[in-house]
Design a protein around this ligand. Sequence first.
Ligand code: ADP
Ligand code: MG
Length: 692
Amino acid sequence: MSGNRAGGSAKQAAAAPGTLVERKLQHLGLRQPSDFVVHLPIRYEDETQVVPISSAYPGAPAQVEGEIVRSEVQLRPRRQLVAVLDDGTGALTLRWLNFYPSQQKQVAAGKRVRVRGDVRSGFGGHEMVHPKVTVTGTALPDALTPIYPTTDGLSQASLRKAIDQALAVADLSDTLPQEICERYGLMSFVEAIRVLHHPPASISYHQLIERGHPAWTRIKFDELLAQQLSLAAARAARRSQRAHPLDGGQGRLTKALLASLPFSLTAAQQRVVTEISHDLTRSFPMHRLLQGDVGSGKTIVAAFAAAQAISSNSQVAIMAPTEILAEQHFQKLVGWLEPLGVTVAWLTGSLASKARKAAAALIESGQAQLIIGTQALIQDKVNFANLGLVILDEQHRFGVGQRLELSRKGEDSLGSQAFIPHHLSMSATPIPRTLAMTFFADLDVSVIDELPPGRSPVLTKLVADSRRDEVLGHVIAEVRQGRQAYWVCPLVEESEALQLQTAVDTHTWLEQALPDVRVGLIHGRLAAAEKQQVMQAFRTGQLDLLVATTVIEVGVDVPNASLMIIEHAERFGLAQLHQLRGRVGRGIQQSVCVLMYQRPLSAVARQRLRAMYETADGFEIARRDLEQRGPGEFLGVRQSGQELLRFASIETDAQIVEQAQEAARELRDRYPQHVHAHLQRWMRGKQDFLRS
Ligand code: ADP
Ligand code: MG
């Protein structure tokens, strides 16, 4: 026994002066008292009542007390401590598979104890495994017991103690003016915090757990408000940055470009061209997202922005996520702008080092006015002479870091003056309204909500894999009419090699099955030159059918292709399917997308396929996608390890989002000192993420 005590104090000595606990707390981001204040419970346990054993039911937690009538260490089926507790209304078996001698003593026969745990039904009636044991007679708590998010090796008890200590010293004053609290019917901060850390026994347990209680509402409001405020601060910071105003001279280039096009811009395209053009003339950097469904004609809008920048003597960089897409942009933009005297350069990772050096030299000397490429553009070796506009196509495919880096290029190129290039991102993946409001307040959005004339929606067919032969018939019919088709091979997530093999096999099989059809193959492992060759052959009609992996997923534009076949469509995500389908329906002829699937379908896959069948509207698809995947994954920020929101949910708290946005404006206008206090409380150490 004395040995036991010595062991205990040795442990304590090692931990002194609380460093271990402190480190664990820091790991949870808990440093200052204010951090602890908003470290809120994930759930609660009701220890305020003791119930008769006869009314404790399996499947629910219970707290009971009584006398230990039997206690023994059993050796079969494995060593365990088994005790039986009786309170006069019934008996309950207590079981420990691991135990210390001290625990054994605590539940020796004849002892009176209070135990708490989940009740389950065992062989000999109801039992609890590893219940929490306390002595009888101590007063019952009058508040529910909070259970906090914790980390390995940090007990609830230590965490609770640390939080209570912090609560005693922390500043709990309200960061919202009385007026705002009243308008939105908000509970005071101090009351909300008290309730959530120590909910009174009388509280509605359901409201508390479901986060519908007014205390939670206040916390969600605060969290969303903090986010709105910091986004507004980011916006203000951007407005104080400097950029070169790009007024386009007399509009010589843009006018010439317009005159040379074989089509006229849609009303929607004209509108967004004007919006962007206006932004470019400002002396602070543009930060604009151009959204338009697949095939809506974003590339030509980018060309107009580029033309305006170039005739203002600035360089323009266009970055695409894949080589195939970058190459396609290169061809298009050369076609549009070279006849007007613009020098276009091309830079991707696969360029031979000599060509790469030549390109870099053109860029550095300022001779290249428009530079098109892949991620290679953001590599350190490339220096721009005077980068004024950065365009990112399919921006959702780039990581947050990459998006920032290309902007920084421009900052560097102008040295100490720190002029920032204007920034245009383009995406076919629309960001639903609440999401945009919550996370992109510092992003202006232009939307192309109209397709070029003469397009009819793609007809989508769901076809079981067993009906392959019919699908082959489709291909033959389409090719006979002089049209082209894509055959997308299944995604094999586990193995890239396997995916490649599948593509090769499919190609061989299709060549045999369709002897009159010219079949090509493209995948990520082909050398860049080969990829270019295959795409070129398809674009110019020397191939009828292109077997492809998802390398063709984004951006590829071959208007004569009118049939898209996707094998194992059930393996693809919704956004991906929509993108793939968007490769057809780009000409005037009716296009068809065949989604082949293999049974059995999971519920999620079934939902996805149904969504694809039911709607062609990119916004609706995005809404459903968000519903299925949640915001973090949707925005591709989950990898960054940052929680987007800890308490509020943009799906269910849309109303609070709106209120918070309104309140943020008012606070910034009328209560600047409250803004500061509020951000201090809620946003410490989070600013970086929000700025991107
Ligand atoms: P996305 O928005 O998917 O990037 P693209 O820019 O690739 O779309 O354009 C799709 C196709 O529509 C291209 O072939 C493009 O030349 C054509 N296009 C764009 N705008 C118009 C228009 N106003 N009228 C007719 N065709 C257009
Ligand atoms: Mg595009």
